[in-house]
Design a protein around this ligand. Structure first.
Ligand code: GTR
Length: 332
């Protein structure tokens, strides 16, 4: 018995040696990365992610190959965040909204009207404060290499134009997965329903929902505009998005490849931001042509004032984040 074990043990190590010799002789195995994307082909983020995938393959000379999976086919956003944190997915473009329950600092970016406009958001995210958010994400195994735009989100619904908060009263509004948005809609007198993005279209057609909120490109590309007649420019949320890499995938790279991939991510964000501006205009025109009524909100202050309890509750629950809110405000 003893002899047999030793014999097969010896045999095993001999074959292991042969296998590892073969490995050394063979070319280094490429890393095949899978990337998550919620949007359809042609959307600015999709175009930029696909350019990113191509660039890293070319610039690493095939050491890393990457493929983008569109339309959230690999899971809805909260699920994809978990998959990327665990390394089951290698990269993704995430909105900071559904990130809040995992990286609590990012909730600050989901406070209604925290940014005055998109330029203010850029100044914050492209500077030192953006690095603080990237550090917080890294603690949860997500390496944020660059920031994408997501414009301003406005309310839309099947019933009527929203001109004052009183118009929101009683409306069933879909929100992204984050309790802050439930507080936000309830503070306006509406009923908030957290729901996965991909389920909203059908819920609007069946009347489970009266409305939702999003930017022009998503309002258009999700086809919600086909069933919703009113888009009201509340512009209550300006939420940045990340191009994030799974920490385990990042750490498996050589320093040289990390530099290459970081540069590609920054280029992708520049491309996305440029495409974003064009696409917002095109989407606006498309929904107007389809007959959607778009209205300005004359007195946004009315909406802003009602958000005070959302801020008060948030600060009461997260006193350590108050200074971050102040830093963002003073960068305006
Ligand atoms: C879009 C955003 C997506 C997703 C979606 C939603 O604007 O780019 O990542 O968050 O909104 O409402 O779920």
């Amino acid at each position: 018995m003893q002899t047999k074990t030793i014999k097969s043990g010896a045999l095993l190590s001999a074959s292991t040696i042969t296998a590892s010799m073969m490995l050394f002789a063979a070319p280094v195995q490429a890393e095949d990365w899978r990337g998550w994307n919620i949007h359809p082909p042609g959307y600015p983020n999709t175009v930029a992610l696909e350019a990113f995938a191509e660039a890293i393959e070319e610039d690493t000379e095939g050491r890393v190959t990457a493929r983008v999976y569109n339309n959230a086919v690999l899971g809805d956003q909260p699920d994809a965040i978990e998959q990327t944190r665990s390394g089951a997915l290698n990269f993704a473009n995430f909105n900071m909204g559904p990130m809040g329950p995992i990286v609590k600092e990012t909730n600050v970016l989901s406070l209604p009207f925290i940014f005055d406009d998109v330029d203010h958001m850029h100044r914050v995210m492209d500077g030192e404060i953006g690095e603080r958010f990237a550090d917080a994400l890294a603690e949860q195994n997500l390496i944020a290499l660059s920031w994408f735009d997501s414009g301003a989100r406005s309310l839309y619904n099947t019933e009527k134009p929203i001109k004052t908060p009183a118009d929101v009263e009683g409306l069933k509004i879909r929100v992204m997965n984050n309790d802050l948005y439930v507080d936000m809609i309830e503070s306006l007198g509406g009923n908030a329903t957290p729901m996965a993005y991909g389920e909203v279209y059908q819920s609007l057609t069946t009347g489970v929902l009266d409305g939702a909120e999003n930017n022009y490109p998503s309002f258009e590309s999700s086809n919600h505009y086909e069933v919703v007649g009113y888009y009201s420019l509340t512009e209550h949320l300006i939420i940045p998005e990340c191009l994030c890499i799974a920490k385990s995938s990042w750490e498996a790279l050589s320093e040289e490849d990390q530099e290459i991939i970081e540069a590609a991510a920054i280029e992708a964000s520049e491309m996305q931001r440029q495409l974003w501006v064009e696409s917002s205009e095109e989407s606006k025109q498309k929904v107007l042509d389809a007959g959607v009524e778009i209205n300005e909100v004359e007195d946004k202050a009315e909406f802003q004032e009602l958000m005070q309890p959302v801020y008060d509750d948030f600060i009461a629950e997260n006193p350590e984040l108050e200074s971050l809110i102040e830093d963002i405000r003073s960068a305006s």
